[in-house]
Design a binder for this molecule. Structure first.
Ligand code: FUB
Length: 351
């Protein structure tokens, strides 16, 4: 696999450089799905027997790294597709560009997609002209796009990382939110506060900020209700605390259903885990059950979980190709359950 090179031509590798590279690659559990562009935050879906991945498209921008993620300066989306895990990966053309979205100014962060009534929906967070994250939606008849954006963000939307789950009864729900640069803590009073905290509620002994969920309207373009908090509790039913950085929600919500139970998974951000809880309703509460993935190379990871042909897959990202947090690459590995329905924790490195 050719190394991704965002800035120009790389020197041709020599035979010994090749074997050093091969040895280095072996320490990772899985290899990047594509190396021609940088990608992150993979939201995978199985449609028409194929796997479609809706990732962020990372670019090398000028902004220095900070705790608000200002260095994630993405401007467009490209969709990936493959017939099966292990098969050839196709990189689609630009599916949506920030320039096409009248309300958006910058930072096209982690997207997701949904399919209903013959239409594909691309959900994406971006900063509006005031610097507040909102969530937009764009539609297409083709899962690869191009997508046509709605002129306004979804009414009542805020923060980042939309993930849309459709239940067996056909009802769809959007999960979203993220603290720090994701601005959840700046939206606690029903309005974006640009002067709000840069991190979280700054109250370690109080319940942590919670992700949000809203049922989608029939046309999938709006919320059908005011977003509710998604409760994540410990095994005694108590909400996880703000200071519990190993377990509390940070960003990267995802929902999947396994054997009739609802699995809400997310990133713990500054402690770098993918964690999850299990519940009996799409609204929760979700009882914390453990970790799905140990920390990867790079600051963030963000995932999705899908079933194809009876096997379950975890899509995630790390910084293997670039060694830089802002330039990530998506990966996939198989996910396994224990007899009791808990998920076997995955180590992204071969030790
Ligand atoms: O990719 C930009 C942001 O970083 C995403 O929205 C977060 O989930 C984190 O991966």
């Amino acid at each position: 696999m050719a190394a991704c090179n965002g800035t120009g031509g790389a020197p041709e590798p020599t035979a010994s450089a090749d074997s050093t590279q091969a040895a280095a690659d072996k320490k990772y559990l899985s290899q990047p799905l594509v190396s021609e562009i940088y990608t992150a935050d993979p939201s995978a879906h199985v449609w028409n027997g194929k796997i479609y991945i809706y990732p962020s498209h990372d670019i090398d921008g000028p902004t220095p790294e900070d705790d608000l993620g200002s260095h994630f300066e993405m401007r467009d989306y490209r969709v990936l597709s493959m017939d099966d895990v292990g098969g050839k990966v196709t990189i689609g053309p630009v599916a949506l560009d920030v320039k096409q979205v009248p309300w958006a100014s910058k930072q096209m962060w982690a997207p997701d997609a949904a399919f209903k009534n013959g239409t594909y929906y691309l959900y994406f967070p971006a900063k509006d002209k005031e610097g507040a994250f909102r969530i937009g939606v764009a539609t297409s008849k083709d899962p690869m796009g191009p997508f046509k954006p709605q002129p306004q963000p979804i009414k009542g939307s805020y923060s980042i990382d939309p993930a849309v789950f459709t239940d067996d009864d056909g009802q769809s729900y959007m999960y979203f939110g993220g603290i720090w640069g994701g601005q959840l803590q700046r939206n606690v009073n029903g309005k974006y506060d640009p002067e709000g905290s840069k991190t979280d509620l700054q109250a370690d002994d109080k319940p942590a900020l919670l992700p949000r969920v809203a049922r989608m309207s029939g046309d999938m373009l709006e919320f059908a209700e005011t977003p509710r908090e998604v409760k994540i509790v410990d095994d005694k039913g108590k909400l996880l605390l703000g200071g519990d950085h190993d377990r509390r929600f940070f960003e990267a919500a995802w929902m999947h259903k396994y054997k009739g139970k609802y699995y809400f998974s997310y990133s713990t951000g500054d402690t770098h885990y993918l964690a999850y809880g299990i519940g009996d309703s799409p609204y929760g509460p979700f009882t914390y059950k453990g970790r799905i993935l140990e920390p990867v190379e790079g600051w963030t990871t963000h995932h999705s979980i899908v079933e194809k042909d009876g096997k379950w897959w975890l899509f995630y990202a790390d910084s293997q190709l670039s060694g830089q947090t802002r330039l990530r690459n998506v990966k996939v590995t198989q996910l396994h359950y224990n007899e009791d329905g808990t998920i076997k924790t995955i180590d992204p490195f071969v030790r």
